[in-house]
Ligand binder design. Sequence first.
Ligand SMILES: [Zn+2]
Length: 215
Amino acid sequence: MNKVLSISVCIVIVLCSCNSHKKERVSNSRSKTENEVIVDCHYTLSEAIAGSKAPERVLRQLKLIDVQYYSTDGKIHKGQVLTNKKIAQKIENIFRFIFVSKFPVAHAIPIVKYKWNDDLSMQANNTYSFCYRDISYSRHAFGMAIDINPYFNPERWKAGYENRIDKPIGAHYDPKQPGTFYRMNPVVQQFKKQGFRWGHSFTAKYDDHHFEMQE
Ligand SMILES: [Zn+2]
């Protein structure tokens, strides 16, 4: 009888210990998943500039930086920003602020993914800096501007320009939506502190997703 009892006790101990190991494994794998970084893109510099019509002297000014952010799914993502070397450090500083304050960025992917098409990139709510276009006025042509969450912060034409089309198509501005900009928004304040001009103050339109640096 004693022998049977002692065998039973042994079996119970073994079962309990297996169970606790199992629990530990589950909790480890869960915390790993929570900290997992989702990679939105991983271009090399030559891949990120492939197909650009920019002359060599402009391409030489560019730098590809890695950035991390919380996306709209609440998870940490890694993206990239192709930008001008002159503002790369400032963009990194601002993204550090964006990350710490958990301001959501949908995703930041060099516009090569959207075949250098600003409309497609905006429609996808994509954040990017360099795109060689409209060189007479666009600071994006030299990587000296950045657009963040354009679908949450659409460009809206001001009084007197109502016949023009707001973009991206279908988007509408709701400042209560996380990831939007408004005058006292801390990310807007950070951009201003770093010397950027906010597109909200443009003459013809509220270009709320746009921040740019003069020379
Ligand atoms: Zn812009």
